[in-house]
Design a protein. Sequence first.
Length: 434
Amino acid sequence: MIKKNTKDENEKICSFCRKKENEVEKLFSQNEESDVFICNECATITFRVLVANRMIHSLNIGHSENKKDSGVVEFKIQDFTPADIKKKLDEVIIGQDHAKRLLSVAVYNHKKRIEYNKLQTKEIEISKSNILIIGPTGSGKTLIANTIAKILNVPYASCDATSITETGYVGDDADVAIQRLLQDAHGDPIKAEHGIVCIDEVDKIAKKSDAMSGTRDVSGEGVQQALLKILEGTKVYVSPNNTKRGLHAETMPVDTQSILFVCCGAFPELKHIINKRRNLSSIGFDAKIKNNKENLSDALKHIEPEDLIEYGFIPEFVSRLHIICVLDELDEKLLVRILTEPKNAIIKQYIKLFELDNRKLVFTEDALFYIAELARKRKSGARALRSIIENLLYDEMFEVSDNATTELTIDKKYIENKFSKYNNITNQEKNSNK
């Protein structure tokens, strides 16, 4: 029951807890003429009650109908299959067929698990399976996680593991990803609990070597320890706003039990650990002949959990990453396909930019393979493609006028001349600075 103020008109009192204006942080009213007030403390309690009721309603909705005589609720899966998920991934991700099949099944099972666990009557409880994606830089690890979230139409958040530190030290806390997920869900904890969190650069939080054991490892093993409960499933109290938790910060609980975590990393030194375990060494009379042609992706296909532990991960952390997915290294053929085939391929984007100026842009086949070769030399995967094309075309994009070339054909010779001219100018600038 709401009580109106009956005391002095100048004295404002919360109509719920009867605290005076000087006893609370702030009083709210509908308008200046209203004599009904609510303090910030009562408003917070009311908000949390509404959220809790919404959570209960969401869990119960739809489960009171279609019940069988046995008491088990009829279960209906979404109208897509693992093949449908892979088909969607094919539109964005070029190559990586084995990885896409593996992830499609994992995501399909994750979606089934969420729908099944909503049921009030369940025969068993299905646990989630977090994913570890390993692959060279620029092979599409975070792009896959982002694309999966779009396919499932669920909230998505990404964070860099290198920015996370142990609680109490300078840097982000381990729950920063959950806070970003809640923001992407527009403050709805129910939606957030069905979302996907991508933790990138996870290989950077491996334990430091024994030589560093004298200092506290707040960005290595300390971060792994902080992530354990979140990966497994716990309630995290985070602010729906972009603020850290504090004495007066508004927080709400988010249960991470149903959140799918996708950890990504390049793990460049893991190849040597795997080959050592497989005894692929050229030292000694009994050693096997080392295959120098075996690249990182080939070695990673033989990965075992003990390899990750030797790399610097604690066993508890490794045991919470149930599915290990390895991406192939991008060769010239795959890079050319990445340039041209996806719906939003880089070449298609620049052709459209030229069309908007009533100009035509054409790339020859030898030009595409030469661009792919340049990208491979930079060792940054598909990320290098856009910067190469941007540097290649910026002069032509600057010349937007009636006298500009209406059709531009890019071949290998054009690229060689353009970059040799650019390198000469750069060298002259360096010499003049000396």
